[in-house]
Design a protein around this ligand. Structure first.
Ligand code: ZN
Length: 52
């Protein structure tokens, strides 16, 4: 699995792993922007079924 794209510059060439955040999800740092970010996983508990 490759590194996620930086949400700011949309590149992943400079993205490195930067440990875990409080909720134990992988955190990354873009060395280009010098910003930390956490890739957003799919929404949990979201039911796509239409409301009838
Ligand atoms: Zn970036």
């Amino acid at each position: 699995m490759s590194h996620p794209n930086c949400p700011t510059c949309q590149h992943n060439h400079y993205v490195i792993k930067a440990g875990l955040n409080r909720s134990r999800t992988q955190r990354y740092r873009c060395q280009d922007c010098a910003r930390y970010f956490t890739p957003q996983p799919k929404p949990l508990g979201y039911d796509p079924r239409p409301v009838s």
